[in-house]
Design a protein around this ligand. Structure first.
Ligand SMILES: Nc1ccn([C@@H]2O[C@H](COP(=O)(O)OP(=O)(O)OP(=O)(O)O)[C@@H](O)[C@H]2O)c(=O)n1
Ligand SMILES: C[C@](O)(CO)[C@H](O)COP(=O)(O)O
Length: 236
């Protein structure tokens, strides 16, 4: 394995409450394959990724291994339990990575939503490459909508759209940085991050967080309609 190694942490520890299905959304099929399989195949195919750790919802580890085996996902090294929140699941992956022999703080860790099943090889490789120049990076796309801040049902701010971006995954970090940032964030129970870059921004404000171009097709399968949308995008 080259040094430092690149580990992709695929987060599939959620229950998919907004999807409202009987099983977590990452197990639902799109074009005849589980969402999770599409995602694992993308990282398997990415030359820049050495291994994959999958953070899986409790009770579905065997299912995940079966999916990976059937799809010949040879880079999958472990399936581990997640936590109550997405951030807890990220921390589980970080701890797993730090415990691996030969993996030091300079390793590259990509954190990716399993629900972003249409991630492209170009995005993955751009995130990994960016980590040669910086310690934290995310895929992002410009906002085509005007975005407003709302409190108590009233608009209180309209940030300049030119400076806004919609954040996607993968997000990439040097392992030591993201481990330290999450350790510090844990001391603040009022902080409930929805992604990992915001943990760096808050706890390591001296570290610049870069962006690389994401893609509209890198959607997060969240609501039932997203399954049909993902299938249509796959056909393109
Ligand atoms: N405790 C959690 C919550 C979420 N995730 C993962 O993080 C990604 C983004 O989360 P989200 O889309 O919110 O998934 P769910 O939590 O499953 O959905 P919902 O919020 O609708 O319940 C998903 O791939 C999800 O499986 C996770 O690993 N652990
Ligand atoms: C990390 C993320 O995909 C960036 O847009 C997003 O914040 C995840 O949110 P979710 O509510 O956990 O799906």
């Amino acid at each position: 394995m080259p040094h430092p190694p690149t580990i992709a942490a695929v987060l599939a520890g959620g229950r998919g409450s907004r999807m409202g299905a009987a099983v977590p959304k990452q197990l639902l099929e799109v074009a005849g394959k589980p969402v999770l399989q599409h995602t694992l195949e993308a990282f398997e195919a990415a030359a820049a990724v050495d291994r994959i750790v999958l953070v899986m919802a409790e009770g579905f580890h065997d299912t995940a291994w079966a999916i990976a085996k059937a799809a010949n996902v040879t880079k999958l090294s472990a399936v581990i339990d997640g936590g109550a929140t997405r951030a807890d699941s990220s921390v589980a992956a970080i701890r797993w990575a730090l415990a691996q022999p030969g993996v030091g703080e300079d390793a590259k860790l990509l954190v990716h939503d399993a629900a972003r099943m249409l991630v492209t090889g170009r995005i993955i490789n751009d995130v990994v490459a960016a980590l040669d120049e910086c310690q934290a990076v995310t895929a992002a796309i410009p906002s085509s909508d005007t975005v407003v801040e709302v409190r108590d049902g009233r608009i209180v701010d309209v940030p300049d759209r030119a400076s806004l971006a919609r954040v996607q995954t993968p997000q990439g970090f040097r392992l030591g940085l993201i481990a330290a940032a999450h350790a510090e964030a844990a001391a603040d129970p009022g902080f409930t991050p929805t992604d990992d870059c915001s943990v760096v921004l808050r706890c390591r404000p001296d570290v610049p967080v870069r962006t690389v171009a994401g893609a509209e097709r890198n959607l997060k399968v969240t609501e039932p309609a997203d399954l049909a949308l993902a299938e249509a995008l796959l056909d393109r």
